[in-house]
Design a protein around this ligand. Structure first.
Ligand SMILES: [Zn+2]
Length: 418
């Protein structure tokens, strides 16, 4: 058979023995112990780990890299980060957003992320410019990455009058997902109204929903339970993601278990971003200081789909960020106490298959019929990949190699010769 690419001796997760993976016409067409056919290109994986691509389910590409030009976030708090962003939002241009977002997309592709859910602020400060910028970036990088643009009301909907209409305009322009920020409204009643408005717009467009929920240590923040009940009532199982949900960690155990049960029944994905929660949450705690992430272990144990994202790359919220979902998984292992062998597989799921489920990516996997997208790691196991933190050796998109990494290092001092 005529193939575009054969990856020989690939070790898929869970397989006892390596196999050959054949790609033609942009899709995987054969997975066999040894493919006899020829291909335009062959990669010898040599028994190394081969996985589907990394998926980043939450990143603010419109704000990325503002850290290079902004004033410092002196209080290192969320409210000051939001204020700093206002100055820039008023001055954004489409070209500026495309350039900053594009640099993060390219960085992410080199790290193996071939799908991202990118949040664009929609509010009366920057109006629709962030959406226009990310839609332009989505078009420019279509060959490299599957980008879903979220129309995200960063200043609230009811506390920023005019935003509801702008959200509708953003969806009409071509945004993929309706965002939300219910906990940021002034009252519980407004938070519920916020959730209702987001569902109205999502229904009008038959779009999925991704809200940032209860991003606080405050146990009084209770948007998640309403979101879960609403999702069930609307029959939106599998189409709603909720990021952060830090307040869930502050609830008493009985109430937390009840909310986790509602989330599971509703079929909501929880996206927890450990870098950012570690830095922004627990700022007012006296010792012992909380870790800031939601109840990840309990959610996983309850069978909730949990994914993990980069969230921020050098912006008012966070000074670092390599767009490496492998690093995100490593942070999650530390932050959520997920370090036993099967738990390392769980954190890797959070940046691959679980995130792909949240984005409802079609044909995600390494069996015939799946998309011809894969990563060849410089590691034999997930544990080794997590430990080494090296980018994939080869990043393959639709059967074409789109990024490669070579790392060379040597000890130049001989042993015993100081
Ligand atoms: Zn975020």
């Amino acid at each position: 058979m005529d193939l575009d690419l054969i990856v020989r001796q690939a070790r898929r997760r869970g397989d006892a023995a390596p196999c050959d993976i054949g790609i033609a016409g942009g899709a995987i067409v054969a997975v066999e112990p040894a493919i006899a056919g020829r291909a335009a290109r062959a990669i010898d994986a040599g028994g190394r780990l081969v996985t589907p691509p990394l998926v980043n389910p939450h990143v603010h590409l419109d704000k990325a890299r503002l850290g290079e030009v902004m004033r410092p976030n002196v209080s290192q708090t969320l409210p000051e980060a939001i204020e700093i962003t206002w100055d820039f939002k008023r001055a954004y241009t489409e070209a500026d957003i495309v350039e900053r977002a594009g640099s993060v997309v390219e960085m992410g592709v080199r790290e193996g992320a071939l799908a991202v859910r990118a949040f664009a602020d929609v509010d009366t400060v920057g109006r629709l410019m962030p959406v226009r910028g990310l839609l332009a970036a989505r078009a420019r990088y279509r060959h490299l990455v599957t980008m879903q643009v979220v129309a995200f009301p960063q200043e609230g909907i009811l506390r920023d009058p005019g935003t509801e209409a702008l959200l509708r305009e953003a969806m009409a322009l071509g945004a993929d997902v309706v965002g939300g920020l219910p906990w940021y409204e002034m009252t519980d009643e407004d938070a519920r109204r916020h959730v209702d408005i987001v569902f109205d717009i999502a229904r009008e467009r038959d779009a999925d929903i991704h809200m940032l929920v209860d991003d606080t240590d405050d146990a009084n923040s209770r948007s998640l339970e309403y979101l879960a009940v609403k999702t069930r009532r609307e029959g939106y199982a599998g189409r709603v993601s909720a990021s952060h949900c830090g307040a869930l960690a502050a609830y008493n155990p009985t109430h937390a278990a009840r909310v986790i049960g509602l989330v599971k029944e509703a079929g909501i994905t929880i996206v927890s971003n450990p870098h950012i929660s570690l830095v922004l949450a627990g700022r007012r705690d006296a010792e012992p200081v909380r870790r800031g992430i939601t109840r990840v272990r309990e959610l996983v144990r309850a069978g909730v789909n949990v994914a993990s994202g980069q969230d921020d790359v050098d912006d008012p919220y966070y000074p670092f960020g390599r767009a490496s979902q492998l690093e995100v998984a490593l942070f999650m292992a530390h932050t959520a106490h997920l370090t036993y062998p099967d738990e390392l597989e769980t954190v890797f799921d959070m940046v691959t298959v679980n995130a792909a489920r949240a984005l409802r990516l079609p044909r995600y996997g390494l069996t015939p019929g799946d998309a011809g997208d894969l990563l060849v790691w410089d590691a034999r196991t997930v544990k080794e990949a997590l430990s080494r933190q090296r980018p994939p050796l080869h990043v393959v998109r639709a059967g074409a190699v789109v990024a490669q990494t070579t790392i060379r290092s040597e000890l130049t001092a001989g042993i015993g010769h100081p």
